[in-house]
Design a protein around this ligand. Structure first.
Ligand SMILES: [Zn+2]
Length: 83
């Protein structure tokens, strides 16, 4: 069996890791790796935003509803600055 960790995506697994991120249990490197995976999946992105207190921060920061890409950039910045 061929191992392809970069192409494999498991929403359930990602969501568990999202909770680790929110709890601050991940290193910066782990976070960025996970964020890259979240970005490729709308389902995971939605879960991440919903589960996170970052949602509140985004709500305050964003003046208007913008595209998903801008949202992800904001999330990424919040996460990067969180540590
Ligand atoms: Zn997913």
């Amino acid at each position: 069996m061929e191992a392809k960790p970069s192409t494999r995506h498991n929403c359930k697994e990602v969501m568990e890791r999202i909770h680790s991120i929110i709890d601050g249990e991940m290193t910066r490197h782990d976070r960025q790796q996970l964020l890259a995976e979240i970005e490729n999946c709308t389902h995971c992105t939605e879960h991440f935003v919903k589960s996170s207190k970052i949602k509140t921060l985004l709500h305050l920061k964003l003046e208007r509803k913008s595209c998903g890409e801008a949202l992800l950039v904001s999330i990424r910045n919040k996460i990067s600055n969180q540590h």
